[in-house]
Structures are given as C-alpha cells and as structure tokens.
Design a protein around this ligand. Structure first.
Ligand SMILES: *Cc1c(COP(=O)(O)O)cnc(C)c1O
Length: 479
C-alpha cells in the first residue's frame, strides 16, 4: 500500500496568515471591480457585497436539505420563489425551487419534462429540440439523463427558426426550448410562436430566462418594448431564472419555476428503502447551504422593485450605448437586434480573435464565440462608468488588429482551423496547450510563440479532436 501523503499542515496557520494568503491569491485574478470583465461577474458595489456576506454568514451552516429543521430557510426559499414568480406570471399558481444556478435549474426542468412525458407514454425514447444558441446546460442535461438533443437552426435574425423546428418534431419529442434572451447573442427567440406550436403538439416548452428573468420584466415595467416571453403565454411549462446574474446575488442562486404544482411534482426524488430512513430531495443537490438562500433573500429585499427598475434602466441604457458605439465602427457588425443587456459583434474585415487578444492586452475580458466568430458582452451595472474607456480601447484595438495578417501563414487549413475553432478557447487553456506543445514541437519557420500551437492545430481534423483536447485540459487543470 502506498503511504499517505501529508498535505494538511501539521500545525495550522493563524487567522491573519491565512487571510493574507487569500489576499495574495486574489491578485492572480481578473480585476472585475473595474468593469474589465464582460462575463463571469455581476457587480453592484461594496455595500451590497457586505450585506450578502453578513446574510451568508448567518446561515452558512444551516442545511436546506431538511426544510422542516430550518423553517427560516423554508420561508426564505418560498419568498424568493414567490417574488420571482410574481414577475413572470401568477405567483399563486406557479411553483418552483431555489437552486444552485442556471445549470441546476435547467437540469431539473429537463428531468421533469422527461418524467412527465414518460408517465404519459412509457414507450417513448425521449428527444428534445433546442436552438443552436441555447445554453450547453441543455446538452449536459441530455448527456446526464439519456435524452437525445437535436439542435434547431437559427434564422437570419439569430432567433430559433420555427419552421425548421417544426420539421424536427416527432412522437419522441418531450421538450422544446427557447431562450429569453440567448447567452451568445442576447437575442430573444420567438416564444409566442413556440408557445402556440407547443400547445398544438402538446409538448413541454421551457423558456430559459437565466439572463433575462431579472431584466425583461423590469424593462417592460419601464416601458421598453419586450416581446411576450413568460408564463402569460399558455404553452410555457417551465422557466429558469438566474439570481446570480442580473439579480446581482453572489454565486449559487437561481430559480426554477413551473406552470403549476402538477408539473413541478416531476422534479422531486424520493427513496423509501434506505437504512437511514426515508429520503427525499427537491433538486439535484442533497445538502444545501442556507448561506446562498439568505444572501439572495437579503439582497433582493434590500434592493426592492424600485431598486431593480433603476438598475435595469441604467444597464439597458449602458448596453444600448455600447451597441450604438460599436455600430459606428465600420469594421464591426453587431449580431442581430439585441434589445436588452447582452450582445455580440463580429467582423467581415478583421480577425475578431486577434481583436480579442488586443483588448486582452488592455485588460478587457470578452468571451470568444464561434459560428460566426464573434466577441460577447454581458453588460452589467458596473459598466456604466466604463463605456468611453472601453470604446476608446476598442477603436485602438481594431486599428491594431487590421495590421495582423493571417496570410503569413501559408497553410490555409491551419489558418481556417485556427480562425474558426481554436481561438475561441480562453487564454488560460490556450497557454496550457502552447506550453504542452512547446515541449514536443521544434522550430518550423513560424514565429516562436505561435509556431508550436499552429503546428499542433494542424493535426486536429474535427471538433471531436478539439473536444478531446479540452477534456484532457480539464482533467489536468489542477496539476
Ligand atoms: C448562464 C446561463 C445558463 C447556465 O447558468 P449557470 O448559472 O452558469 O449554471 C443557462 N442559460 C443561459 C441563457 C445562461 O445565460
């Protein structure tokens, strides 16, 4: 038997030392408090963070697995579900749960739709149809729960193409999905048409409002144009709404809602045969920290309706200002017609990933996207102070990117794969790959830094290879 490695310190460090080390570790991270990140973090300010940490601290050890033991958490969860439901439909009929995030909300919706369909007809082999722009959490759900995932194409406005979708439905279809809006382009799918079609075919419709659930209702109240997207449409059976995005709650907070109690019942898991007694859980998790629930409850009660309306007005106006400015730059094109807080732009003149590299040098983090190659911005409250800074740097970066020539690479295959697939990987992964490959490759006339990377990319023939590569990177992430 191998001897056990001693990694836990024999004698622990004192409190001050541990906290100092954490401060040091923080320096490795992106400076999101200065509005540099157009993804990952949603930030109102220090006072709100302080409130949430106090609330979190009060309930972090309490366990929401057993709401009978912690009636406080039960009440807070009920309040949160009711509050969010009241934004999207009739809160006295809608039912739902607090979950750990958009992914858990989506996994639960897919599982519920599957079990609901299987109860009606146990012989089906479940399939679901999602737009190409739907979040990969649905593909993950398909993978976890053994459901075939069919991707429906988008129309010229980057919305789900309804007529294409209609061709894909068959007797095994258990679920249709639309986003309000989509993460990649910030575009709202035609939910009304989807709803009518879902009713006609008697198929469960989920609306993924992870991004829009805490934005669109307030926009509507403020008088902005918002197409119908929620439970006021008859066909909508479930919705996912993230609180840890535009609710500005700390990470680990989302809501899943169902049209009624009967649909929600499919979400639960119960097991009666365990030695430890009867077991039941509402969601994917077993033990759930009360901290996240309390933090969400504290922040949402603190901000209130007027607060969220003000925030949404500020953020939508900021996003629309950014969209306007990007449209003034002749090399760039905004994708579709995004009306809320998320958008993406592409270019027919410059290499958009090169532009991302140039922006990264100035400290800006934007997601790199594919088909079409584009850069992505989730605009949040903190960005209100940085529109001019960003646009100025963007204009400079466009000029620099114009000078970048892929043509010095002779191999057009390498060029294409590089352009369309690999540069979408976050820098961290890229440098990891480069690092690994540098060990293997020798000089072949290409520039020092990029040569090994391009050399390796040329070996990759399809997305399966790239997926395999990403898998290996994930596996080795903690090495
Ligand atoms: C973020 C997001 C998700 C997934 O949510 P997580 O909180 O990251 O698990 C799903 N759908 C959309 C539209 C999203 O923006």
């Amino acid at each position: 038997m191998k001897s056990r490695q001693k990694t836990l310190l024999q004698k622990g460090k004192n409190v001050e030392e541990v906290l100092n080390e954490l401060q040091e570790l923080k320096k490795l991270d992106l400076d999101w408090k200065k509005g540099r990140a157009f993804s990952m973090v949603y930030y109102l300010g220090e006072a709100e963070i302080e409130l949430m940490s106090q609330a979190y601290k009060m309930f972090m050890s309490e366990n929401a697995l057993n709401p009978g033991a912690f009636k406080s958490l039960k009440k807070m969860e009920k309040d949160l579900v009711y509050t969010v439901a009241s934004l999207l439909g009739d809160p006295d009929i809608l039912k739902g749960s607090f979950t750990s995030g958009g992914t858990e909300s989506i996994l639960l919706a897919v599982k519920s739709a599957r079990d609901y369909a299987l109860k009606k007809n146990p012989r089906i082999v479940p399939e679901m149809i999602i737009p190409l722009s739907a979040h990969p959490a649905f593909d993950k759900a398909g993978h976890y729960f053994g459901i075939k995932v069919i991707h429906a194409p988008l129309n010229e406005n980057y919305q789900l193409d309804i007529s294409a979708l209609e061709q894909l439905v068959n007797s095994n279809t258990i679920l249709l999905v639309g986003s309000a809006p989509s993460y990649p382009h910030g575009i709202i799918d035609p939910i009304q048409e989807l709803s009518e079609f879902a009713i006609r075919k008697d198929i469960w419709l989920h609306v993924d409002a992870c991004v829009g659930g805490m934005v669109l209702p307030f926009m509507e109240m403020l008088g902005y144009y918002v197409p119908a997207f929620d439970f006021r449409l008859e066909g909508v059976c479930s919705m996912s709404i993230d609180l840890h995005k535009y609710g500005y709650v700390s990470k680990g907070a989302s809501i899943i809602l169902y049209k009624n109690k009967e649909l929600k019942r499919n979400q639960y898991f119960v097991y009666g045969g365990w030695n430890g007694g009867l077991y039941g859980s509402t969601g994917i998790l077993g033990t759930r920290s009360g901290g996240n629930i309390a933090a969400a409850w504290a922040l949402m009660n603190h901000i209130g309706l007027d607060g969220y309306k003000n925030i949404v007005k500020t953020v939508v106006d900021t996003a629309q200002k950014l969209i306007y400015e990007v449209k003034q730059i002749p090399e760039l094109q905004v994708i579709g017609n995004p009306i809320s807080t998320v958008f993406a732009f592409t270019s027919d003149k410059i290499d958009i990933y090169e532009l991302a590299d140039e922006l990264a040098e100035k400290g800006w983090l934007l997601d790199r996207q594919q088909t079409p190659p584009s850069l992505h911005l989730t605009v949040n409250y903190i960005h209100k102070d940085y529109v001019q800074d960003f646009i100025q740097d963007l204009k400079t970066a466009v000029q620099k990117a114009k000078q970048f020539k892929l043509s010095h690479l002779t191999n057009s295959f390498v060029k294409n794969v590089t352009k369309t697939a690999v540069k979408i990987l976050p820098e961290k992964m890229m440098s990891k790959i480069t690092e690994n490959i540098t060990k293997l490759a020798s000089g072949n006339g290409l520039p020092q830094k990029t040569a090994p990377m391009y050399g390796m990319i040329a070996q990759l023939h399809n997305t399966k290879d790239i997926e395999q590569m990403i898998l290996e990177i994930l596996e080795n992430m903690d090495d």
